[in-house]
Write a protein of this length. Structure first.
Length: 257
């Protein structure tokens, strides 16, 4: 298994972006690829540092891409850069050029994230459904479904930079907006696995848990008992999503020393 650390220049962002890539060595066929997003106070390295992600990838012969998106909320910022375009289009295209072993088939590409990145993967997965067949959202909801104003706080200023003043729900930032637009287009519909810890605020569900059940999405919400907004939850949810929900099982026994 190879763990590759690289800086990728983005023409969309006019910026070098750090990316970590986990790849099987000498793959015999195009690789199923997981694109994972970080939380608001972290970066791309935490998925590898705080979970068993590399072991899951090694056992199953899959590729993983984890990328830093800074404070962008993984969307096209109103007062900033077009991170959604970078993540949903440019990053995918550039890495497939550099690593031709990454499968270009929709059914082989999955996008997931935790906390802030859990909103991000819904934003990107629903915004670019022709690229991703499945979404794994862990501890996240529709971050744009609220009223934003610069109230002088750091949080207020940051959200206005991303979403603008007012209600961003009925725009490309809104998860429900993107889902309804996709229904109007007739798909394609990514499957959605939505996980939360019983001890966090969204642990009994949020506005998305009822919303998707009325739409033609394959949607599953699961509560993990005894955990809060923490890596114990996100590692378990990641494994559950890959192993049971998507059914990507180990391909061969892997022995460690």
């Amino acid at each position: 298994m190879a763990l590759i650390e690289m800086n990728l220049y983005s023409e969309v962002l006019n910026l070098d972006i750090p990316v970590s890539i986990i790849l099987p060595q000498n793959p015999e066929k195009p690789l199923k690829t997981f694109w994972l997003y970080h939380g608001s106070t972290g970066d791309h390295t935490l998925w590898i540092r705080y979970t068993n992600l590399e072991r899951y990838a090694r056992e199953r012969g899959i590729a993983v891409v984890v990328v830093t998106a800074h404070k962008s909320m993984f969307t096209n910022m109103v007062h900033g850069q077009n991170y959604a375009e970078f993540l949903g289009v440019e990053l995918v295209e550039r890495l497939r050029e550099v690593f031709p072993c990454l499968s270009a088939k929709r059914e082989d590409n999955y996008v997931g994230g935790l906390s802030n990145g859990a909103y991000g993967c819904l934003r990107i997965g629903l915004g670019y459904p022709e690229t991703f067949c499945a979404i794994g959202s862990f501890s996240g909801g529709d971050a744009a479904d609220q009223y934003f104003t610069d109230d002088g706080t750091y949080r207020g200023r940051r959200h206005v930079l991303v979403f603008g003043e007012g209600n961003a729900a009925e725009s490309e930032h809104g998860v429900k907006f993107l889902a309804r637009r996709l229904v109007e287009k007739g798909g394609p519909f990514p499957s959605i696995y939505h996980a939360a810890g019983a001890l966090e605020p969204s642990g009994q569900g949020d506005g998305l848990t009822w919303f998707f059940k009325d739409l033609p999405f394959e949607y599953q919400f699961e509560i993990f008992p005894g955990v809060a907004h923490e890596w114990k939850l996100w590692d378990a949810a990641l494994f559950k999503w890959i192993d049971e929900i998507l059914g990507i099982k180990p391909v061969t026994p892997v022995f460690y020393s």
